[in-house]
Design a binder for this molecule. Sequence first.
Ligand code: SF4
Length: 445
Amino acid sequence: MRNLIDPWGVSCEIENYERLFTDFGISPFAEILPKIEDPHLYMRRGIIFGHRGYDVVLSAMNKKEDFAVISGFMPSGKVHIGNKMVMDEIIWHQRKGAAAFSCIADIESHSVRGIPYDRCKRIGVGEYILSLLALGFDLDRGFLYFQSENRRVQDLAIEAGTEVSLSEMSAIYGFSSDVKIAHMFSVLVQIADIMQPQHTDFGGPKPTVVPVGADQDPHIRLTRDVAARMRIFSIEKRTIEGRHYISVRLKKPEKDALDELASRLPYETRKYERHIDFDFEAGDGDIKEIERIVREVEIERGGYGFFLPSSTYHKFMRGLTGGKMSSSNPQSVIALTEPPEEAARKVKKALTGGRVTAEEQRKYGGEPAKCAVYELLMTHLIEDDAYMREIYEECKTGRKICRSCKELAAELMLKFLKTHQEERENAKERLREYDFGRKWLSYVV
Ligand code: SF4
């Protein structure tokens, strides 16, 4: 019965996503949605269904404080509508004021898939970067890079590597004894990608969100753990016998660091060997000020003062032919660079949630929850919620037939791709200005 009232609750395997709340502690996005001004349609429609620690990012966004967004793309094939979801999320946060970062994960592609760096560059620029720009990524307020060209990220990866053991990596990623060391290193590089927006070169610690698919949660959890381990101090609020106090613990062998911190805090502190405590009854504003001072001392001592990275999780789109969307099955997916007419043809052949006969369809209605065409319309092609609801209701009550729906989706897809591909051409000029001698455009075929 849920689908009768919920036109957004149709993405595949929704029950499995709900399990992520209970089994892995991902928080439901619906709980914070009312606090978001003008949310993206992925948020409104539950396509972004969960988060970790997004409250911190939201608070910075709403108060117009510094925050960042980062996500990357592994250059292995054609850029497609699944990648567009992440791009849209990066761009939405950038328009909301985030410092926006995006990387082409060529170290990952090279070490995991064996793709030569030169090919990674061609795919990275020719497919991903041009589409990201065409969709609206603003180069004036954003930072694009290849992992292999970014020494800062590589250095951070080494630092992250001092906090992760082999057995921990094996437990998370299922690495067996024959996994190549470069593959493991590429995991550290991805951790470093997420930390980079908080580097002092980019203004220092700030709330940072990583928009990803639900399968990336183990990586996000590890990154949050490593970010915490890389801190010099940890801060904890405690209550014992009704008395509230804050305990700042020293986590690294930093001589005199606790004395230095105690001298800066506007409280009378009690000093112990590895921590200082002070009584505390104040509100959120004050705890933020304490965190700021702690971060300041940490950075002066060469530390990082990282905020724990936050994340949002989106559902995966089903493939046009049913099952998973996969670049290795070109009929299941629409590439942003393929001929628009070819894409429209695929949409017309896509799997729907229609009944076997028109008579059954009129009698029982269609099943948008099983329909790849509905999902395309909902995720990429129709912005207007009222119009989307109308399609849903007409389908469910048997007043709509699949052919008209497919024609609508094919026409909208054709239009979108034509515009997108024109924008990709315009993006080349912007990229030329941004290039700083990196010659990225020379990789565009
Ligand atoms: S009528 Fe439209 S939404 Fe309903 S099952 Fe057919 S194609 Fe899908």
